[in-house]
Design a protein around this ligand. Sequence first.
Ligand code: NAD
Length: 517
Amino acid sequence: MQTIPAAEKASRDDRASRMLANLRMSGDVCLMYVDGAWVPSSSGDVRTLLNPANGAIIATVAEGTAGDVERAVRGAHHAFYDGPWGETGAAERARLLFALADKIEQHATELSELDTLNNGKPLRETQYDVADAAACFRYYAGLATKPLGQTFDVPGPSQSMVVREPIGVCGQIIPWNYPLLMAAWKLAPGLAAGNACILKPAELTPLTALRLATLIEEVGFPKGVVNVVLGVGPVVGHALAEHHMVDKIAFTGGTRTGRSIMHAATGNLKKISLELGGKSPNIVFADANFETAVDYALFGIFANAGQVCSAGSRLLVEESLHDRFVARLVERAQKIKVGDGFDPSTEMGPIISRAHQEKIEDYIATGQDEGATKACGGGRLPGELGRQGNFIMPTIFTDTHPDMRIVKEEIFGPVLVVQKFNDETSAVTTANDTVYGLAGAVFTSDIAKAHRVIRKLRAGITWVNTYHPTYNEAPWGGYKQSGIGRELGTYGYEAYTEVKQINVNLAVEPSGWFADR
Ligand code: NAD
C-alpha cells in the first residue's frame, strides 16, 4: 500500500473525525462508490488530505486507479444499457432528484462544514454553495418532465419529429474550487436526462462528493447509475476521458487539462463539454456608482480567495477615475479579514494547497519583476495561522502593461491587476485582449453604453453593475479558450442528450419508386 502524499509530520485536525462520521470507511480510509458498492482502491493506495487552513490531516481516502475506472464504467454501462436505468421514465428520475435535493437540505450544515474543512473557504460561502447545489438538483428534477423535442409539418403523408435521448455513460471530472457545487452541476443534468454517471472529484477535495454519494444511495438510485471514483487526473481522469465505453466526457478545470482531455477523447469520438479557465475583465466607467463598483470589484476577485474561474481578475478603470478608485479599493482590500473558514469573522479563506500558494506567490514575484506596482498585499498572513495554513493577503497590482504575464495568464488566486482605458472603444479592445472568454462585467450609469459594451465582449457570462451572480436557469460557459459548450439551464440539459429524428409514414403502402416488373 502506498500513501500519497507522505504527511507523517502533520498533526490531526480534531474536528475532522466528527465531520467524517457519515462517510463510508474501512478502518480509517474513506471508500469510493463504484457500481453500487463502497470499495477501497484496487491497488490499496490511499491519499492523505490536509486542511488548507492549518496543514493538519483531516482524512485518508482511497486513491483510485485505471482498474477502478474500468469497474465503474462497466457498472454504469450495465445500468444504462442492460439494467433498469435506461428504461426509467422522467417522472421517476425527477422523483429521485427531488428527494436528493431534500436530503442535501436536511444535511446542509454537515455538508457546508465538510466543504470548509476540505477546501478551506469560509462557512458563509460553503453554506451558499450547499443551498445552490440543492437548488440545482431541484431545477433539473423539474426540467426532466418538461416538454422537449419538435414536430414538423413536412410534405407527403408523413409525421416528422425530434426526440432527445440520454447519451449513455458520462464521465464527469471536476476541480477543487467548488467541490459540492461542481458535483451538482454535473450530476443533476446528467441524471435528469437519464444518463449513468461516473464522477471524478479533484484529488484534493473528494469529501462532499463522497457524502453526496451516500445520499444518492439512500434515496434509491439503482446500482451503477452514479459512481464516484477518486484519484489523480493523469491516471483516473485520463482513463475516463479515453475509455471507449464512455459516451461523453464533461470536464471543468484548467485550459491545459481541457486540451489533454480533448485529445484523450478522440479514440471513440465521445461527446465533450469543457468548462475552462478565464482572465475576465471587470470594466468600470467614470460615471459608475462609485461605492457599488468598488464593492463588486472586491467581490469579483477576492471571493473564494480568487480561486474562481469567472473571477474579475482584470479590473479596467477609466483613466479619469483611476487614482481615486484604486485608492478606495486598496483601502477596502486591506480591511478584508483573512483566516480560517470556520471562524465566523473570516471573509477570505486559505489557498487550496501549499503548492498552489507557491504558484501564486511566483506570479506575485513575476509581477514585481515585470515592473508592475504592488499597491497592497502580496505576502502571507502574519502569525501562527499564516505559518500553518496557505494564506495570501489580498493583492492588487497597478501600472500594468498588456504584455505582462500577470495580465495575460490565469493566476487563480487573490491577485487583481488594474488596467487603464480612455474611452469605450479602448475599454472593449483591452477587455477582449485575452485568449480566454469566460466572463466580464461593466459598471456604468449609462444603460445604453452598458449594452453596447456587453454586446462587444467576447465572453459567455456577463454582468451589468454587478459581478458573480449565477443562476441554475442560465447557461454557464465560455468563448474562445474558456471552453466548449454550456452547463446549466436548458442548454446544460441538452448537452446530456442525443438528438434523434423520427419520420413516420402515415400512408403505409409501397412507394412505387422502383417498378415491380
Ligand atoms: P485541473 O485542470 O488541474 O484539474 C481539474 C480536474 O481535472 C481534477 O479533477 C484533476 O484531477 C483532473 N485532471 C488533471 N489532469 C488530468 C488529465 N490529464 N486528464 C483528466 N483529468 C485530469 O484544474 P484545477 O487546478 O483543479 O482547477 C482550477 C482550474 O479550473 C482553473 O483553470 C479554473 O479556471 C478552472 N475552472 C473552470 C470553471 C468553469 O466553469 N469554466 C469552474 C471552476 C474551475
